[in-house]
Design a protein around this ligand. Sequence first.
Ligand SMILES: NC(=O)c1ccc[n+]([C@@H]2O[C@H](COP(=O)([O-])OP(=O)(O)OC[C@H]3O[C@@H](n4cnc5c(N)ncnc54)[C@H](OP(=O)(O)O)[C@@H]3O)[C@@H](O)[C@H]2O)c1
Length: 273
Amino acid sequence: MADETALHDFPSLFSLKDKVAVVTGGSRGLGLNAASAFLQAGASKVFITSRKAKACDEAVAQLNKLPNLTPGARAISVPADSATIAGIESLLSQVRQHTAHVDVLFANAGATWGEKFDTHPDAAFAKVMDLNVKAVFNTIRLFAPLLQKRATVDDPSRVLITASVAGLGIGSLGQQATFGYSASKAAVIHLGRNLAVELGPRHITMSGGVEKHAQGNPMKRLGRPEDIAGVVVYLSSRAGAHVNGAAIEIDGGALWAKGQLMDAAGDEPSAKL
Ligand SMILES: NC(=O)c1ccc[n+]([C@@H]2O[C@H](COP(=O)([O-])OP(=O)(O)OC[C@H]3O[C@@H](n4cnc5c(N)ncnc54)[C@H](OP(=O)(O)O)[C@@H]3O)[C@@H](O)[C@H]2O)c1
């Protein structure tokens, strides 16, 4: 009879030893939380990308000062605009200067816009959809060859997408309504499901985190960096190797606590385009 207590090499189950990760929107916020987690879980290279080179350089300097990095591990600044194909091509060629493979792609860069229904601007809707959906698709498409390089059935490469509970429930309405944002996050969750089936045979898994720093939260607290860190390390490690096409709500149960979602500080609609 099989020994059901036997788990292969349990101490390494959540390890990211020697993994190479790319984090879009990695210069601050959730992306920087995740980058720190990747490095502290053992990743050897973590590429930080966002539009502003100075912000990427500063994030990298901060990450490289972490006291518990494995010898030789480092964060690398690769600024680029993910919203354009030219920007993603530039990102890819910068990453290629340092590595021939990528194990984890965290497609996290995103933007939001709040404006009431009657005057909701066409340009804002388009820009939010472009960055939150089309850019995610194009980044995954262009990085697929690098993601496939080391991917195997037992150790697939991972693509993580940051969505939002606004893509599962109802987002902000009224004066600061987020029609484009909510639609974009619903779209990117479904994009993840389609890509899970398309890329699964290439040994690339897809997962989404749908995050909200919620007020009126059943857990009576806001989200913490460790809440993001725990999920991205789980999904990127051997422990999460069979999760594909899933969306994980990191919101303390807030989605189910209200009929209508209210935006809190971290997810406030604003002019971020
Ligand atoms: N914070 C929350 O409570 C929350 C909740 C739900 C979902 N989310 C989602 O989580 C993700 C990260 O959110 P956050 O709050 O951490 O965001 P944030 O603090 O506003 O940071 C956004 C990041 O994306 C980068 N970025 C923006 N436009 C870009 C572009 N065109 N190309 C490349 N990088 C770009 C920004 O840097 P540059 O300005 O230098 O480009 C920055 O690094 C987003 O997808 C967001 O929709 C956040």
